[in-house]
Design a protein around this ligand. Structure first.
Ligand code: ZN
Length: 96
């Protein structure tokens, strides 16, 4: 299975799983390559922003989603964009 076999639908389903249980993200396989290398960050681009953008990507096949603004799930602190290092991953087009 290659990365291109995974649709945005597959990715969205994985994101929803990660969102429901952020602490279990390391147990989730990547919908594209199957690696346990998914990352989810809720990023604020300005300190006064109140709704973060959700970034969800696989560190192995470097594919993922950019969603939002979306409220961060319980137990997850949004981070400032300047404080994290997000790789330049391939963002799948939105569904619809
Ligand atoms: Zn992957």
């Amino acid at each position: 299975m290659t990365t291109d076999d995974a649709t945005s639908d597959d990715w969205l389903a994985a994101y929803e799983n990660a969102y429901r249980d952020p602490l279990a993200i390391e147990n989730l396989p990547c919908p594209g390559c199957g690696a346990h290398a998914l990352h989810m960050q809720f990023v604020l681009y300005r300190p006064d922003q109140n709704r973060p953008t959700a970034l969800f990507w696989c560190g192995r096949c470097m594919t993922g989603l950019m969603l939002g603004p979306a409220p961060a799930p319980a137990g997850v602190q949004p981070v400032l964009a300047s404080d994290i290092d997000v790789p330049n991953y391939r963002i799948l087009p939105p569904i619809g």
